[in-house]
Ligand binder design. Sequence first.
Ligand SMILES: CC(C)(COP(=O)(O)OP(=O)(O)OC[C@H]1O[C@@H](n2cnc3c(N)ncnc32)[C@H](O)[C@@H]1OP(=O)(O)O)[C@@H](O)C(=O)NCCC(=O)NCCS
Length: 419
Amino acid sequence: MEALKGVRILDMSHVQAGPTCSQLLAWLGADVIKFENPQGDATRGQLRDVPNADSLYFTMLNCNKRSITVNMKTDEGKQVFVDLLKKCHIVMENFGPGVLDRFGFPWEKIRSINPKIVMGSIKGFGSSGPYADFKAYENVAQAMGGAMSTTGVPEGPPFVTGAQIGDTGTGLHLAIGLLAALRQADRTGKGQYVEVAMMDGVMNLCRVKFRDHQRLTRQNLSEYSVPTHQGMGAVPRAGNDSGGGQLGNAIHCKPHGPNDWLYVVVQEAVWEDLAKLIGGEALANDPRFEKISERRKNQNEMWRLITKFAEKYTKREFMAILNPIDVPCGPIMGTDDLANDEHVRGRDMWVELDHPQRGKWWNVGMPIKLSDSPAVIRRSPTLGEHTDEILKEVLGYEQEKIAKLRNAGAFSVPPKKAA
Ligand SMILES: CC(C)(COP(=O)(O)OP(=O)(O)OC[C@H]1O[C@@H](n2cnc3c(N)ncnc32)[C@H](O)[C@@H]1OP(=O)(O)O)[C@@H](O)C(=O)NCCC(=O)NCCS
């Protein structure tokens, strides 16, 4: 049985940050009703790879949901929204600032309609403070939350990271908040407003950089491979440094293509064996590397020696040499490596699905594994696929009422007026 069976979510979210949260909750067993603008979530048509089919951008973030289209700019559409609010445990959105207010449904109004409902809201910068009125996308959040200034190399520009920490990262934070608030609502009968700002979520994920920021007021950062000094202010970009107490870096391997790298952590416990492997007893006893404090000072030379040794091996061969002596390491995996990886397939992390418009496609699977409630992944809905089903089954509307609402434009975009 699914963990969240019986939990119904009215999901007004769009693009990535909200849908990634509601897809996760759907995979945990919630009944997620994707409440769409009649034009559909904009991502349905973005970056299309198959003509007239929902894009992978949409399908990969909206599995296991049902779709209803409702025009919130009509009185009839608003009435359907109110009726759905009464039947749901959670309502969630990630509109730009002020959109819900313009619909006439600020949180206080929603709570007066269903006092037990939990409301989830994602904004770029939250509902308070000088940035509250700004819209945001992934890289804006990465820029403002500290990720970009700390990613890259000191002499190069700041870089975004490919992991969607601004959007998907925020969605994950929201899922935690919603589940906590739901538990409280079950106990007290009272819902609450759960807000996650993308900028806050990115700062949370950059926590160790703020550790280093404060250390810089007292000392240099001895584990960094780039120069640092007490009082330098902002934490510098440090390439592929490990970011933790152990030294780490990416080592280029044969045949030296873009992804022919192995990430190697020179853990304190393994240095002696690693040194013997790459430079014999002489290196193991070399005073420049004997103690971790010395290795930190001379780490660029240490990386050079490891890289020299790795020259004759591929990343997989080098990994196979390092694994028996317990050196923590991992090959840099391309998306092509991962899509074909036996381990990934075996853990249901690359899942084949079918879709009426696009045929076979693949989704990244559910990363949270529950022993008694494994996720069963089903395709994303087409636009408005479940409108009638939801109106009948969830709201108990009769066919006649549905037809009347439809004629009044509750589920469609208004026709353009003749010029
Ligand atoms: C992502 C974002 C920048 C997109 O901006 P946008 O495309 O202008 O979309 P907005 O959310 O601001 O506005 C949506 C519009 O659709 C309309 N709309 C949405 N659902 C509707 C419905 N069911 N019926 C009628 N209209 C609807 C809204 O009324 C609004 O129009 P308005 O400005 O005339 O009121 C913005 O939504 C945002 O900043 N969201 C919060 C941060 C976030 O989640 N960002 C990451 C996205 S991955």
